[in-house]
Design a protein around this ligand. Structure first.
Ligand code: ZN
Ligand code: ZN
Length: 580
């Protein structure tokens, strides 16, 4: 009897003791991993000061890293040391936040090994070498006094000649497309070393000697840049590399960049089916709308022609260049009120979105974009930058406004602002992980914005046949981006076939299609992020809906999904399904 009691007691004691030490151990492990992350980030900034500056860490602004062999060895040593350190953590025992951070760090490190040893774009992409952007950011930044920033600018200039010498030593059989881009971007950006620097020096309180020294060095920097451009123009390149990445490298780059549960081949098939599905839905709507917009005109026999003619007519409903920004400003509170009324997700009112005219140094980049505060500057404003059409020809403005007509402009605002990018960013800043801020997954971020468009329309937002037809056209863009990217890089798609796909099957203007062709010759994989992320998020939602039946709650799903920060969808999915 006594014995039994003792052993029973011992077991419960053992059990509870085990339980409590286990969670203490886990807490200790998480603490240890948090420390590891701090060290990782500090070491990462040391080898990549430009990346650091880009996210608001400015302690290393005066350093320009020379991309030579010695630097590559430093990077590989860093990667191997970090991969080794990761081995001391059992990922299963970490918190959810640290589990995803662990996997994102590991992916980043392995992806860097792939870039250095297999992708080797530092050999064939001369546009990877350009110092102008990081110098321009020092001049444009508001994070410190002008004098402090100019002194960092001054010290950073020391390495510019060595930087371009290392570039020349690395480059072998570059692609023609990236060579031309490198020449244009380096020459275009080099005004930062004369006009822009001159203007900043005039405003500054630096001594005349210091100013003179900087102007001398700037001349040397500018010459190094023009010499590099000249070298690219005149060095014989008899066997240039093709801009097409090829199936083997593409598949690997896709896995590292998108971090999806789908392979490139799988998402390609899904995109092709989705395009067909969109065409079928669009035909039904366009056919129904024909008389309203085309009266008694005879219907074309080709289905795609019929859709295009109706779209062209609806696109004539648009705002003016003068009202473009105020139209966007007006829609933001409408969207917020709608999301609230329909209980779609919580929007934190303490972090308002500021709509502004695109600042001069960003001009010409995109019609609309979001500037979010980085991890070192969380309390700064989030801006919705709107491009202005001042100085455009009437023809160009008209074409742009037809593209961003009254229907598409609303979808654009859903995508960029509410409940798209801006809303996701507010949630992401609440999940306190610097890793997710700096290594955030592009497919998750873009996928969320694309998912938000569909979700808003499904909930009834401004529903009409016209709205749905235009939404499908917009969605065709991301779908065809994926088809285009994979076809061009792995299936040898010709330029002619590519332009046909974009203009005839995705109803794009010639100028837009030409721009997209240029983009696909210069980048790889990124164009797939929108559709892949969207597909994964949508499918996850449908899977949970099926599983939970009546208990499924859309608002809860959105808030839970966003609470993991900008992690790859496949990891969020794993965590959400395991919580069931
Ligand atoms: Zn018009
Ligand atoms: Zn986006």
């Amino acid at each position: 009897m006594k014995k039994l009691f003792v052993s029973f007691f011992a077991i419960t004691l053992l059990f509870s003791c085990n339980k409590s030490t286990k969670s203490n151990e886990d807490k200790a492990l998480d603490g240890k991993f948090d420390k590891y992350k701090d060290g990782f980030v500090t070491a990462l900034w040391k080898i990549s000061p430009d990346w650091a500056a880009g996210v608001g860490y400015h302690k290393l602004d005066s350093v320009l890293v020379v991309p030579n062999e010695a630097q590559q060895k430093i990077e590989l040593d860093f990667i191997n040391a970090q991969l080794d350190s990761l081995k001391q953590f059992d990922v299963e025992n970490l918190s959810d936040n640290n589990k995803t951070d662990f996997r994102m760090i590991k992916n980043q490190l392995e992806s860097s090994v792939f870039s250095i040893k297999e992708l080797k774009s530092y050999e064939w992409n001369p546009s990877e070498y350009n110092v102008c952007g990081s110098f321009a950011e020092i001049l444009n930044g508001k994070y410190d006094s002008l004098e402090v920033r100019l002194r960092a600018f001054n010290a950073k200039m020391n390495n510019v000649p060595a930087y371009y010498e290392a570039a020349k030593a690395n480059i072998k059989n570059p692609t023609i497309e990236h060579t031309e881009l490198a020449i244009a971007q380096n020459l275009g950006g080099s005004s930062v070393f004369d006009a822009d620097l001159n203007a900043a020096l005039k405003q500054s309180k630096l001594s005349e000697t210091e100013k003179k020294e900087m102007l001398e060095k700037a001349k040397v920097a500018k010459k190094a840049i023009s010499d590099y451009a000249e070298w690219l123009k005149t060095t014989p390149n008899k066997t240039p590399r093709s801009f097409r990445l090829g199936a083997a490298l593409y598949a690997k780059k896709f896995d590292f960049n998108i971090q999806s549960s789908y392979t490139a081949d799988e998402i390609f098939k899904i995109a092709v089916d989705h395009k067909k599905d969109l065409h079928d839905k669009m035909f039904v709507l366009a056919d129904k709308l024909w008389t309203k917009y085309k009266g008694t005109e005879p219907k074309p026999t080709n289905k795609l022609d019929l859709i295009k003619q109706v779209i062209d007519k609806i696109s004539l409903q648009h705002t003016t260049p003068e009202k473009f920004q105020s139209e966007i400003e007006k829609q933001i509170p409408e969207l917020t009120a709608y999301v609230k009324a329909k209980d779609l997700l919580y929007i934190d009112p303490s972090k308002p979105l500021v709509v502004r005219k695109e600042p001069a140094y960003m001009a010409g980049v995109a019609g609309a974009s979001i500037s979010a505060p980085g991890p070192y500057d969380k309390n700064a404003n989030t801006y919705y930058n709107v491009g202005s059409m001042t100085g455009w020809t009437a023809e160009n403005s008209e074409s742009y406004l037809r593209e961003y007509n009254d229907y598409i402009l609303q979808i654009l605002n859903i995508h960029e602002a509410i409940p798209g990018h801006y809303t996701q960013l507010v949630y992401s800043n609440q999940s306190p992980s610097i890793i997710k801020s700096i290594l955030g997954n592009g497919a998750m971020v873009e996928g969320w914005a694309v998912y938000a468009e569909k979700m808003m329309l499904e909930s009834g937002y401004k529903n009409s046949d016209e709205m749905w037809l235009m939404y499908y056209k917009w969605n065709l863009r991301t779908t065809c981006n994926t088809i285009l990217d994979i076809s061009v890089h792995t299936k040898n798609m010709s330029k002619e076939a590519a332009i046909d796909l974009l203009t005839k099957e995705a109803f794009q203007q010639q100028a837009e299609a030409d721009g997209k062709w240029k983009r696909v010759t210069l980048s790889q994989v990124q164009l797939c992020s929108y559709f892949t992320g969207y597909t994964e998020i949508y499918n996850l939602r449908e899977e949970l809906k099926k599983k939970e039946g009546d208990k499924f709650n859309l608002k809860k799903f959105h808030e839970k999904f966003l609470s993991f920060g900008s992690a790859p969808v496949k990891y969020i999915k794993e965590l959400m399904l395991s919580k069931e």
